[in-house]
Design a protein around this ligand. Structure first.
Ligand SMILES: CC(C)(COP(=O)(O)OP(=O)(O)OC[C@H]1O[C@@H](n2cnc3c(N)ncnc32)[C@H](O)[C@@H]1OP(=O)(O)O)[C@@H](O)C(=O)NCCC(=O)NCCS
Length: 222
């Protein structure tokens, strides 16, 4: 049994706690969820009771390098900032990679450290997914897709073959992508959009077919 701490206290953190519980049902004793940590200034949009104790802030993790952590913060840019900060302050910290027992991953799929894959996700052959990625319920990823570090895929995202997503790309619920599409680093794609073609970094895209409507905000700090 490995000790695990979830970074985050919002809806996504509660989803990850459920994922951990489901893994433990399928593999009894796989994880011991010690609790949650969060930055004191973090704003939780939907605050609800957590299924394990609040342990403290990032310093708690820095002082406990033997536990594994997963960053359960939905926004890719924030997830990256937290990961870089934790790595800088505690180089020995290990990040847990969590895959729901009812997700399916074909042969030759690689999944980076700290990534989470929720129930119903289907990932076909020869797909690479970076670190600290989040694939929500029911995503389907076809052959030869390449997803960068810190990507977030909302529920029901569908990527056709050989699509590529840069780092910190944020795809809203129900986004679909035509084969060979490319979305550049830090793009945010609105719920229900249909991606066809290539998009340069930092755009906010909406619609069917997706069009860039403005530039995404950049990260405040690391
Ligand atoms: C695209 C998005 C990022 C824009 O957010 P925002 O900057 O707060 O934008 P607003 O809500 O102020 O909307 C700006 C305009 O875009 C339109 N718009 C927003 N989201 C849209 C979408 N998904 N598709 C089409 N148009 C959209 C709005 O109607 C509005 O149009 P208007 O200027 O004519 O009134 C957001 O609406 C979105 O779709 N996020 C995805 C969230 C999601 O699915 N998360 C999954 C979590 S599990």
């Amino acid at each position: 049994m490995d000790e695990l701490v979830i970074f985050g206290t919002g809806g996504h953190a509660r989803e990850v706690a459920q994922l951990v519980a489901d893994i433990n049902l399928a593999q009894p004793g796989r994880w011991q969820l010690l609790g949650f940590v969060a930055d004191p200034h973090a704003v939780t949009r939907i605050a609800k009771p957590l299924p394990a104790p609040m342990l403290g802030d990032a310093q708690w993790l820095v002082q406990h390098p033997a536990v594994q952590a997963v960053i359960a913060v939905g926004t890719p840019v924030d997830r990256r900032d937290i990961a870089l900060r934790l790595r800088r302050e505690q180089p020995e910290l290990r990040f847990a990679t969590l895959v729901h027992p009812r997700a399916w991953m074909a042969e030759r799929v690689s999944l980076g450290e700290g990534s989470v894959v929720f129930a119903g996700a289907l990932i076909n052959v020869d797909v690479s997914i970076g670190s600290h990625a989040s694939l929500n319920l029911g995503c389907t990823i076809s052959h030869d897709c390449a997803l960068g570090n810190f990507v977030s895929l909302g529920p029901g995202v569908h990527l056709s073959g050989a699509c590529s997503l840069g780092e910190q790309v944020d795809l809203g619920a129900g986004v679909s992508a035509r084969p060979n599409s490319h979305v550049g680093d830090r793009c945010v794609v609105g719920a229900g959009a249909a991606i066809a073609g290539s998009f340069s970094p930092g755009c906010i895209l909406v619609g069917v077919p997706a069009r860039a409507v403005r530039q995404a905000a950049t990260s405040a700090s690391v």
